[in-house]
Design a protein around this ligand. Structure first.
Ligand SMILES: Nc1ncnc2c1ncn2[C@@H]1O[C@H](COP(=O)(O)OP(=O)(O)OP(=O)(O)O)[C@@H](O)[C@H]1O
Ligand SMILES: [Mg+2]
Length: 310
């Protein structure tokens, strides 16, 4: 089970858009995904079709129920949700610590029933954003392709370094992904700077600016369902493939995401035993060869549906 905190302290950096649509793309590809909404605004919950939850992550944080008892189905196939609620906001410093610790305990006890857990973090440097980073194994940092957004990435990466040393040695930067990328020179310059600064951690996938993504939220659907052929759907599928392809190594070939971007399936699959139909074709080919021809007679081996083999 991969646990990924989608984090950036800067507001409006496409955290929720990335959480929901990466989840949608992974769900579409056959993954079991759990989204945990840690933002009191509840944007991811509403987007996934749970605007007014009766139970929320707060129940787990307070120890009333384990996370596994607070799960909602969503509008996205394969995607479950633990919703947020406004009472995630702490009233004092003590409350902040309790929330952070409560979340850490709750996530640690989550059964490994999901392939991927994505935590949508709120826009702050506070306890609500720190808590997921102290317990998740990786962080995904979406960043708007705008100069003003660069400081937010620096800040979250520095915070992660501190958390790694003090609280969570397993934490790694799973990737920085440029979002809202348009054709302007400005956007390209920002992406170039991010690539220079974050090198390996900078993901190749760029999420292009697309109004369809904003529309999808108002229809409470992931982009892969709302506009399956849009650039947004394409980009989030590509992000899913880039981040999760290594986990699809042997044994998980059936879950490959963007087949065209990977090795041909036939090359990866072990040679299968010939089916009765294939054996029949071989037999016919051999028979044809024995009589001087080399083609399968039309309309014999496969009912004439496909062209004769050569
Ligand atoms: N690729 C994109 N193309 C167009 N609009 C986008 C794209 N990505 C995000 N947006 C828009 O940018 C705004 C901010 O996105 P989003 O809510 O995902 O950011 P956030 O980081 O979760 O914000 P917050 O910090 O408030 O939680 C939204 O209006 C969203 O529709
Ligand atoms: Mg958000």
């Amino acid at each position: 089970m991969r646990t990924v905190a989608v984090a950036n302290h800067k507001g409006g950096s496409a955290k929720t858009t990335t959480t929901v649509n990466l989840a949608g793309a992974l769900g579409e590809a056959g993954y079991d995904v759990l989204v945990i909404d840690m933002d009191p605004q509840g944007s991811a919950s509403a987007w996934l079709g749970v605007p007014n939850p009766e139970v929320s992550v707060v129940d787990a944080i307070r120890g009333r129920d384990p996370l596994a008892h607070l799960i909602y189905e969503t509008t996205a196939p394969g995607v479950h949700l633990v919703a947020a609620s406004p009472d995630l906001v702490a009233v004092d410093r003590r409350g902040e610590t309790d929330i952070a610790l409560g979340f850490m305990r709750a996530l640690e006890r989550l059964p490994a029933r999901w392939d991927v857990v994505l935590v949508d973090c709120p826009p702050s440097l506070g306890y609500l954003a720190i808590a997921p980073l102290t317990v998740c194994r990786e962080a995904l940092v979406p960043v708007e392709a705008h100069f003003m957004a660069l400081a937010g990435v620096t800040s979250v990466v520095e915070t992660m370094d501190q958390i790694k040393v003090r609280l969570n040695p397993s934490l790694r930067l799973g990737g920085v992904v440029a979002c809202r990328v348009n054709r302007t020179l400005h956007a390209r310059a920002v992406v170039a700077r991010l690539e220079h600064r974050y090198q390996e951690a900078m993901l190749r996938t760029q999420v292009r600016e697309s109004i369809r993504l904003a529309e999808a939220a108002s229809y409470h659907l992931p982009i892969t369902l709302y506009a399956p052929d849009s650039s947004g759907a394409e980009d989030y599928r590509a992000l899913a493939a880039e981040m999760f392809e290594p986990a699809l190594a042997p044994g998980r070939a059936s879950r490959r995401i963007v087949v065209s971007a990977l090795e041909p399936v036939e090359a990866a699959a072990p040679p299968a035993a010939p089916t009765p139909l294939e054996r029949l074709k071989q037999l016919l080919r051999w028979g044809a060869g024995a009589t001087g021809g080399d083609a399968v007679p039309e309309g014999t081996a496969d009912g004439g549906a496909s062209a004769p083999e050569r």
